[in-house]
Design a protein around this ligand. Sequence first.
Ligand SMILES: NC(=O)c1ccc[n+]([C@@H]2O[C@H](COP(=O)([O-])OP(=O)(O)OC[C@H]3O[C@@H](n4cnc5c(N)ncnc54)[C@H](O)[C@@H]3O)[C@@H](O)[C@H]2O)c1
Ligand SMILES: N[C@H](C(=O)O)[C@H](O)COP(=O)(O)O
Length: 342
Amino acid sequence: MPPMRDRPLALTMGDPAGIGLDISLAVWMNRQTWRTPPFLLIGDPAALTDRARLLGHDVAIRETDCEGAIDTFEQALPVLPLTCTAAVTPCQPDSANAGAITGAIETAVRLTMEGTASAIVTNPIAKSVLYDAGFRFPGHTEFLADIGERLTGEKLLPIMMLAGPKLMAVPVTIHIPLKDVPAQLTPDLIYRTCAITVRDLRDRFGLASPRVAVAGLNPHAGENGALGLEDDAVIRPVIERLRAEGVDITGPLPADTMFHDRARATYDVAICMYHDQALIPAKALGFDDSVNVTLGLPFIRTSPDHGTAFTLAGKGIARADSLLAALTMAQQLGRNASKGKS
Ligand SMILES: NC(=O)c1ccc[n+]([C@@H]2O[C@H](COP(=O)([O-])OP(=O)(O)OC[C@H]3O[C@@H](n4cnc5c(N)ncnc54)[C@H](O)[C@@H]3O)[C@@H](O)[C@H]2O)c1
Ligand SMILES: N[C@H](C(=O)O)[C@H](O)COP(=O)(O)O
């Protein structure tokens, strides 16, 4: 197995009708000024070549495997080839390409688990396009955990964290309808989410004793039960248990007042009860530079925080900052992991 510094990041193509190909080209073309970590793109080389041509980019694209990616990266954009079933047209997603899209993700996990790639970075997928083809996972987060479980035999709880320079936020429940949130917020789920987050912030991000702030579910964290019972009955006992176990943790806090500048200075990570409670502040405070990172997996996975932005594909106006941040974070987490092992 090559040392971590000699392994490329495995970058999946995402939905090829979206901006994933545009921003992958951008981070490679600007590799010297942006200090882009070396990656191997797992995707359709014909679609990538077409997108480069459409955007007017003169880009060398070279098919290779993981072992050849690092040496290739300075001269050409390295691609581990797979073929899309249907023709790729920007802004016109096609469920017929679902197999290629998910196949790229499976390959990235395999390469990372076998130690030829250092970490996985995923370009955005459109969930509804995959659902139409029978994809049964809410998103990458749960799909990656399923692949990890199949490869390791271990039961995994994947945790979504949006991480930017101004805020790190974790939703306890992820892609479920809002009406289902209260029933899914069990003490066990909240406890395990907090515990895995603390463990990974310590072991992967190098925070010796992460300060955790937990949001309530209801307005004003329930207002002593007048505006909802979950805050005191479900969330507070978990916080007390974690505090008794030595975790630096506060809450349940009213969510409306925990994201302003002075409040954020008091904690390292916000644990939120549902998707938008975490992702609205995360994207409002750092849409261009936040990263979606999955905790609780036996490998490192990051992603830009944005989606497929279909209407921007092939137009040359999609920003690549968040993908660059995702690649840079994945490289850093890989280095931290290899230091931990030495
Ligand atoms: N990591 C992922 O795979 C991921 C993340 C979020 C959303 N999605 C999927 O993406 C699809 C579209 O979702 P959405 O419209 O809610 O979110 P989106 O992030 O694709 O777009 C939201 C808005 O931000 C703009 N935008 C997004 N990325 C941009 C970039 N790099 N540069 C400039 N502008 C950008 C878009 O044009 C749009 O106005 C959905 O199917 C969703 O499931 C996937
Ligand atoms: N919830 C994420 C977001 O809105 O940024 C996004 O849908 C990505 O989810 P996966 O990483 O699970 O695909």
